[in-house]
Design a protein around this ligand. Sequence first.
Ligand code: FAD
Ligand code: EGU
Length: 471
Amino acid sequence: MENQAGTENKKKVVAVVGGGLVGALNACFFAKRGFEVEVFETREDIRTARTVKGRSINLALSHRGRQALKNVGMEEKIVSKGIPMHARMIHSLSGKQSPIPYGKKGQFILSVDRANLNKELLTEAETYTNTKLNFDHKLQDWSSESGLMTFTRSDGSRKQVQADLIVGCDGAFSAIRKQFLRRSRFNYSQTYIPHGYMELTMPPVNGEFAMKPNYLHIWPRNTFMMIALPNLDKTFTCTLFMPFEEFEKITTGEEVLEFFQKCFPDAIPLIGAEALRRDYFRLPAQAMVSVKCSPYHIGDKCVLMGDAAHAVVPFYGQGMNAGFEDCIVFDEIMDQFNEDFSAVLPEYTRVRVPDDHAIADLAMYNYVEMRAHVNSRWFLFRKYVDNLLHVLMPKTIVPLYTMVTFTRTRYHETVERWQWQNKVINRGLLFGAAGAVAGGSYLLIKNPPDINQLVLRGEQIWSRIVALKKS
Ligand code: FAD
Ligand code: EGU
């Protein structure tokens, strides 16, 4: 049975539209199964092109992404070129640096170079003889009835291609998704947040990293925030997040320095005052969009994955990780349903939509939280409490970021578990308060004011606790 279906599928053509991170990885997954894989990518081959204009220079790779790479035999290759980050380093306004570990010893995330990751994945996809990479192919339009796609090339020519399955991995502004939008009962929402981001490079000092390398450096300043991840060339890529409004207020080099003096004074000598003055105006601040939609498929013809299905704001470091996990989930369902697209695609939508929507919500929630009241002291305090509760009750309380970053717990389950834990914590606080009241009562009884009043209070508190227990 399995063999028969397998042989039948060998001839099927899978078109992966988009040769970014998720598209290139997905090509490996489909090639491994023996499909005839064609990747179509707008850009020139980034492995040979001179100018590589990427989105962000480096990214945090964590467990979900690593598991996906492992499935195509790429984990070691990528991890060996990543820089482990065992902890965050919180920079306070005064310049004090405080580390907060991500987990136990040996638990870390990795700073990886986006361009290198993309190149390695394209090269890996190409090692399969049943894979063809087509660069300078921009998807213009496609038909959801026939699966016929039209591509345009930089010389103005057009090309039409037919495929059995179209996998839309063409990013947050997906051209594949446009056909979905025309259909009835397709849910879609997109939100641009008021913040933009700008990347600045912090050069090495005397041939060494300017700050401790094995950390994710964070400058939390409520509505302003900066993050820095290390690179192999001993630079850091700093990403400044702030409202577009604020970006626009700064119009001269002097104002840039004034702003940094006010918010990130310790970073000025490290980035360099001259570089700062100049680089701030190199590129305009970039926008961040959150996209949610459903379903992810059309019939047995087309499926969306990665940012094309769910662009998330970067405030959980999970966009790529979630997109990579999409590939695992699809692959697992392919096994379950014997590569029958008409069964696999709806199942993929059913299983994956709640999880992708959950991480989109979590990332947006964290954005709102951070910009509202997260300065360095609050960040340190919260992470400290999270970690402390985990140490006290390792089975009961697991910090949300731990479940998200270091496990493959389904994203929607991490949210449910987190809400449940918060209830337990609040209850604990209530018991703590009740204990304090009881202790206080004892002291008062020894020195009685009005005993009836106290009994009444005690009863009220007890009934609150009973009510909570029932809820
Ligand atoms: P993309 O990387 O956007 O690739 C899409 C590809 O499709 C591109 O190569 C594009 O050229 C091509 N394409 C587009 N249109 C067409 C067309 N019409 N025809 C053919 N090809 C087309 N994620 C993390 O996990 N960790 C992080 O630390 C992290 N940090 C981030 C920081 C910032 C500032 C930002 C903005 C994002 C961050 N992300 C992070 C998210 C991550 O960048 C994305 O989730 C990831 O790049 C998605 O990959 P993708 O392949 O789906 O889309
Ligand atoms: C943003 C931009 C710290 C790379 C969320 C943590 C990010 C990254 C955090 C970017 C933060 C924020 C987590 C990781 C990671 C933290 C996380 C955010 C990588 C809750 C290249 N975030 N990011 N949370 O816990 O789980 O350290 O651009 F500042 S990695 Cl916003 Cl774990």
